[in-house]
Structure formats: structure tokens, C-alpha cells
Design a protein around this ligand. Structure first.
Ligand SMILES: [Mg+2]
Length: 243
């Protein structure tokens, strides 16, 4: 019997890739308007090259995009800042949960399931995205990269999630949490369903911990996975799995 569901955040609950694409498009447009000697398409491609090379959470993307061009003093900053502002303006409009995420989470909570997030995102970004998507009150706890300083599939974030599900105090860790309903649950790993879009991180890590796994196939570019117990094409399929 499933007593708890743990979720990856990006591309599982939130349409993160769409968000990165839309914001990159807006930034590229603004940078071309400010005079960067390239087309919008080229700049868009360069933004994604930086993401590819430095990681999608990299904080100096626009600096890296502008740096290779020999621009007059001031012009590089002007273009870079135009890119950042266009990105930020757009980001508040486009980060959305996948369809049916919020009502499904509410139904799962009503069934008495405990819900948590295990994400590799930094803590501040995770909360920013949850609030933008209107999902900040749906979870019993949110475990981010900052809580264990390990990325999935490392066992640490999964172990911490299990500890949280069993209300064990984990000393020295500042686990982001709220709405402590003090629902006492003794939850075994095989009573936990982990939902994620990344076979190598989410499915592999959760499975190694003995959890059940569901691959979010609607999410990223990962279309197949032999390892997951379930594959879901729509978020609301979880209501069937959690029966
Ligand atoms: Mg993901």
C-alpha cells in the first residue's frame, strides 16, 4: 500500500523546459534589440549551449553569452542586463505546473497520503518556482540540494526523505518544511512511490532505496525506462496508482 508520494520538481511537477525555452527566447530578442551582433536564433542557441556546459541552474549565463563578442565598454553590460531583465520579466509569466497537477495533489492529500519533494534544485530556486506555480502549500516537506549537498541518485536525499516521512528528527539539517500536521506515519520504503522524469537520477536513486517508482513520461526527453515500476503519461494517473 502506498502511504506517501515523493516528487521530483522540474519537469515532473513544473514544465521547466518550456519555462527555460520561453525565457531564453525573450532574452535573445532583447539582446538583439540592444545590438548584439547576432540573430535571435543564434543567441537562443548560445544560451542553451551555456546551460548544456555549465548546468541549467548556472547563474552567469548571460555574461557567458556576451563575453565572446568584442564589444565597446558599456555595450556588453547593456546587452547582458537587457537579457537578464527580459528573462526575469518573462519568468513570472511562464512557469506553470503541468495540467491537473494541483487538483491531483489535493486529491492525493485528501486520501491521507503524505507528499514531499526531492529536488536537485537549490533551496531558494525551488521555493521560488513552487510559489510562482502556486504549489507552495501542497507538500509536507521539500528537500533540496542544500539539505544534503548531494545530487540524486546519491542515497542521501532519498534517506532524508524517508526520515522526514517517519518524522525522525535529522540533526544538523535544515529541512524546508511547513504545515506540520504531525500525522504519525511509520512508512517503509516500499510504501513510498517516487515520481520523476529522470531515469538515471529519480528512478535509479529511489529504486536503490527500495521505493516504488513512476517515470513521468510527459516530462523531459526521457521516453523509455525499463527500470520504473510504472510509467505515467498524465499526472492524474497517480490517482489510480495510489489506490
Ligand atoms: Mg526533473
Amino acid at each position: 500500500m502506498i502511504k506517501a508520494i515523493l516528487f521530483d520538481l522540474d519537469n515532473t511537477l513544473l514544465d521547466f523546459m518550456q519555462f527555460k525555452k520561453e525565457t531564453a527566447k525573450s532574452a535573445a530578442k532583447a539582446m538583439v534589440e540592444q545590438g548584439i551582433p547576432a540573430t535571435e536564433k543564434e543567441i537562443y542557441g548560445k544560451i542553451f549551449s551555456v546551460y548544456q556546459e555549465k548546468g541549467i541552474e548556472y547563474q552567469k549565463t548571460f555574461y557567458e553569452v556576451v563575453a565572446p563578442y568584442s564589444l565597446e565598454p558599456g555595450q556588453a553590460e547593456r546587452i547582458q542586463q537587457a537579457g537578464i531583465i527580459a528573462y526575469l520579466k518573462r519568468k513570472f509569466e511562464v512557469l506553470k505546473p503541468y495540467p491537473e497537477v494541483k487538483p491531483t495533489l489535493e486529491k492525493l492529500r485528501k486520501k491521507g497520503l503524505k507528499l514531499g519533494i526531492v529536488t536537485d534544485a537549490p533551496r531558494n530556486k525551488a521555493w521560488q518556482r513552487l510559489i510562482m506555480a502556486g504549489l507552495e502549500n501542497e507538500f509536507d516537506f521539500v528537500i533540496t540540494y542544500n539539505d544534503t549537498m548531494e545530487f540524486k541518485p546519491h542515497p542521501s536525499p532519498f534517506k532524508l526523505a524517508l526520515a522526514r516521512l517517519n518524522d525522525n528528527a535529522v540533526s544538523g539539517s535544515e529541512v524546508s518544511g511547513f504545515g506540520t500536521q504531525n500525522r504519525k506515519l511509520e512508512t517503509e520504503p516500499d510504501e513510498v512511490l517516487f515520481v520523476g522524469d529522470h531515469p538515471g537520477k529519480d528512478v535509479k536513486g529511489a529504486k536503490a532505496m527500495g521505493m516504488k517508482t513512476a517515470l513521468a513520461q510527459y516530462g523531459q526527453h526521457f521516453r523509455t525506462n525499463d527500470e520504473a515500476d510504472y510509467v505515467i503519461k498524465k499526472f492524474e494517473e497517480l490517482l489510480e496508482l495510489a489506490k
